[in-house]
Design a protein. Structure first.
Length: 726
């Protein structure tokens, strides 16, 4: 068309201005020709034959075909080989070039305006790559959010599909995967992730029961499928949970066939009971049967009447034949033992109770005392096997079973570590000079005598000059220097003529006493620890004159007193995790007396420190319960008036005694809650091994002349690992 118009345009006369209509017609003709030429060129196959061609040369040729602008990194060097046996569409030239670059270790990153940057593959992920819409052979970045599965687990499955040099990360807050790779590989990974990101088939299913109890059915199924509870593979696991409130069983498994079999078994078990009277036995795992029965009695409103009356006056039931009669209960050895223990032991309580001096055994509960009938149910506690026998209709039994299941839980234990630290420091000093002039005693005529006399003469170890003169072996401790000249007789008793006695003494007494009693107590149960001695205390004495010669037979009565360390504690673990402790702490000891006769008579003096309090502590927290900080000073001076105040000469007429005492006593406590058997086992194993190592450390050294003797010791087993925190 354009070739036929050009001659006409050449033969027309030139005009200064062309008409608008002519110009519009000419522009339309040129546009149509360009579109026709482009369409012809796009459909015309091209042949790509590049043998050992430089990358920049191939990029220039592809750019002319596609209209793209290539920017090559200076590091991009090398040759590529592209050979085609027949012509291909011009649109395939660009993907073919990208494949050749990828084989050579280079990547193309598309940018705005059709600009393509060719860089080494390791540097491509650092450039601003497009988020989507890139060509298959170019590098791009894609954010893939997940709706059902965990991104951390999914990324482990698709990581082998991505080269190690390319980025594949997880963003946990958005549960998304970020990947930087070639666009065609990103599409492949995205397709795999879409298959993996599917809703799990292990959704729990609720199976309601009409006749059976959910707790009993769940226990039966758990025993039947015990091998699937701890299976290694997630698909083989089976979780069965009872819901006592809705009387239903919750089943969860990733195997649909297994779930179907469990549901079929539940339907077989959910049938009316064939036993007449609806008598059921519930074995308790942790709680005491008599205590649970007492709680149910209060809940059902049978607290006002005695158990025996309630059981006999109510309507006869199928359980009545199983209950022991009152006569049998009274004649049973268990009832007799209970009565004996109850009468012999006092109620144990918190500090100040009658059982403070000695321990009391837990009272045995009688079976007949734990039976009652109320609310349409008869409940009987069999303490021999720690079980409850219940006769009730199915709805009533289901309600009672739900309550019993919540009461029959493992109670926590509290390990109490007490620390009693007492530090004493006593200092004493004595110095004095005494003299006597006794030469005139016993002579006829008027004679004179005199001297100084300090201290007591009645103590067994005296520092008095007359006491030392009567018995030199009874001189007090310290330095005693005297002058003796013969003996004198006073009151018919002969003593040494001790003219001068100089005495000096200084003593420093330091004591560091550390006691660490430990006690393991059940939650809300009192426990007691006592360690020390039982000391006789004189309570009365008299002389009995019997016999022909009126011989005197002394008679004395004694009482026994526990001396040492006593710890009584009653812990209560609150719902918030804190521990409320009611405790009584006593530390006592016998004061050594200077007169042995007093000790023999039982007139001893006791040191006693008592702490009685209620505290609140956290698990593992060290709390200070209390203490005593005491310091005293005593300055005793005996002297002769006027003469004892002289500057130097006064030391001959003065006796000085100074004493300083200091006592620091602090009591600390650390409670530790043991909620599982694993925690208790780790604690016991630690104390067990410490004691065993201490026993090994006292083994005797071998001696050639002595036979070998075995040292008793605990068998040390393997160390129990600490359980991981949940």
């Amino acid at each position: 068309m354009l070739s036929t118009l050009l001659p006409l345009l050449r033969r027309s006369r030139p005009t200064r201005f062309a008409s608008p209509r002519t110009l519009s017609l000419l522009a339309a003709l040129l546009t149509a020709h360009w579109l026709w030429a482009a369409a012809v060129q796009a459909q015309t196959p091209v042949t790509l034959n590049f043998v050992d061609a430089d990358i920049d040369v191939v990029a220039k040729a592809v750019g002319e075909l596609t209209g793209k602008t290539f920017v090559l990194d200076p590091k991009v060097k090398g040759k590529v080989n592209i050979q085609s046996a027949k012509g291909i569409a011009p649109g395939l030239a660009y993907p073919t070039f990208l494949s050749a670059l990828r084989m050579a270790g280079y990547a193309a990153v598309e940018g705005a305006g059709g600009i393509v940057r060719v860089v080494p593959e390791v540097d491509a992920k650092a450039l601003p790559a497009p988020l989507s819409g890139a060509s298959g052979g170019s590098v791009a970045t894609k954010v893939i959010p997940l709706a059902h599965q965990n991104a951390t687990q999914v990324v482990n499955a698709v990581r082998p599909l991505v080269a190690a040099a390319n980025a594949l990360t997880v963003y946990p807050p958005a549960n998304a995967i970020i990947i930087t790779d070639y666009a065609d590989n990103i599409r492949r990974v995205e397709a795999v992730i879409s298959r993996l990101d599917a809703p799990t088939i292990a959704a729990p299913e609720l199976v309601a029961l009409n006749h059976a109890n959910a707790l009993d059915v769940a226990a039966t199924l758990s025993r039947a499928f015990a091998d699937t509870a701890g299976a290694a593979e997630a698909r083989d696991r089976l979780v069965i949970t009872p819901d006592a409130r809705a009387n239903a069983v919750i089943v969860r498994s990733e195997d649909p066939g297994r779930v179907a079999r469990v549901k079929a078994m539940i339907s077989e078990l959910d049938r009316p009971t064939a036993a007449p009277g609806n008598i059921r036995i519930i074995y308790l795992k942790h709680a005491d049967a008599s205590q649970v029965a007492a709680t149910l009695r209060r809940v059902l409103g049978a607290e006002g009447s005695t158990p025996s009356t309630a059981a006999t006056t109510s309507a006869p039931s199928a359980l009545s034949s199983l209950l022991p009669t009152a006569t049998a209960a009274a004649q049973s050895p268990l009832a007799a033992a209970t009565a004996a223990l109850t009468g012999a032991s006092g109620a144990s309580g918190i500090p100040g109770s009658a059982s403070a001096g000695g321990g009391s055994l837990p009272q045995l509960s009688s079976n007949s005392a734990a039976a009652f009938t109320a609310g349409g149910a008869t409940v009987y506690a069999d303490t021999a096997i720690n079980a409850l026998v219940i006769s009730a209709a199915t709805p009533v039994y289901n309600n009672l079973r739900s309550v019993i299941e919540q009461l029959d839980v493992r109670r926590a234990q509290v390990f109490v570590e007490a620390l009693i630290a007492e530090v004493q420091a006593d200092r004493a000093a004595e110095f004095g000079i005494q003299w006597q002039a006794l030469d005139g005693i016993g002579r006829s005529g008027t004679q004179g005598f005199g001297g100084t006399n300090f201290g007591s003469t009645t103590s067994s170890t005296t520092s008095n000059i007359l006491g030392v003169a009567a018995n030199a072996a009874a001189a007090a401790q310290g330095l005693n220097v005297g002058l003796i000249r013969g003996t004198v007789t006073i009151g018919g008793k002969q003593i040494m003529n001790l003219g001068l006695l100089a005495r000096a003494l200084q003593s420093d007494v330091q004591a560091n006493i550390l006691s660490m009693p430990t006690l393991l107590a059940l939650d809300n149960e009192e426990a007691r620890f006592s360690g020390g001695q039982t000391v006789p205390v004189l309570t009365g004495q008299y002389a009995n004159s019997t016999g022909a010669n009126n011989s005197v037979t002394p008679f004395a009565t004694f009482d026994r007193k526990d001396v040492g360390l006593i710890l009584r504690v009653k812990p209560l673990v609150t719902e918030g995790g804190a521990i409320r402790l009611q405790l009584y702490q006593e530390v006592s000891s016998v004061v050594p007396s200077a007169q042995s006769g007093v000790d023999a008579a039982g007139l001893s003096t006791f040191n006693k420190r008592v702490l009685e309090t209620s505290v609140l502590a956290d698990d593992g927290q060290i709390v200070v319960l209390g203490g005593l900080l005491q310091e005293g000073f005593t300055n005793d001076q005996e002297k002769v008036p006027v003469l004892g105040d002289a500057p130097l000469l006064g030391n001959l007429f003065r006796y000085d005694t100074r004493k300083r005492t200091k006592t620091n006593l602090m009591i600390f406590l650390r409670p530790t809650v043991l909620r599982s058997a694993a925690q208790a086992g780790v604690l016991a194993n630690e104390r067990y091994r410490i004691l065993g190592l201490d026993q090994q450390s006292v083994s005797p050294e071998p001696r050639p002349m002595l036979p070998d003797m075995s040292n008793p010791g605990l068998p040390l087993g393997p160390t129990v690992p600490v359980p991981a925190a949940k």
